[in-house]
Design a protein around this ligand. Structure first.
Ligand code: AMP
Length: 126
């Protein structure tokens, strides 16, 4: 499950270890396709990470290599977590960092789900 030119999946990454139950996480949702848990360093009143259960480093290899069922299951899980957290009416933001310029630190695809306050527009200048 790798994309040409990108490193292979490293199953020692912290989210792989959370998936295997080796380290704790404040879990909010789990199904066949995805796991959601609170970010350890929240950047908003609600900051949850949703990860696919498959071994995908990033959006790049997930979008290229995941099955239709994995993609559908993951996207539906992200939507369900936001709904279950009561964020649909006030609104929320999804963010997926990819690679160096994207600022990705953990090499297992994760979608950040932010909410709980007005988040402003897009990203701050850096
Ligand atoms: P990214 O920069 O998109 O790779 O984001 C990685 C995110 O994982 C950061 O927001 C971290 O705070 C978060 N994180 C790192 N370790 C843990 C952990 N053990 N449990 C929950 N969140 C974590």
């Amino acid at each position: 499950m790798t994309v040409s030119g990108l490193p292979p999946y490293d199953d020692t990454n912290i989210f792989a270890r959370i998936l295997r139950g080796e380290i704790p996480a404040r879990r909010v949702y789990e199904d066949e396709w995805a796991l959601a848990f609170h970010d350890i360093a929240p950047q908003a009143p609600i900051h949850v990470l949703v990860i696919p259960k498959g071994t995908y480093c990033s959006f790049a290899d997930f979008s290229a290599s995941a099955s239709e069922a994995e993609i559908t299951g993951f996207i539906r899980a992200v939507g369900k977590v936001a709904r279950d957290l009561g964020l649909e009416q006030p609104g929320y933001r999804l963010l997926a960092n990819m690679g160096n310029d994207g600022g990705q630190e953990v090499p297992h695809l994760h979608v950040h789900l932010f909410g709980g306050r007005s988040l402003g527009r897009m990203i701050p200048a850096g």
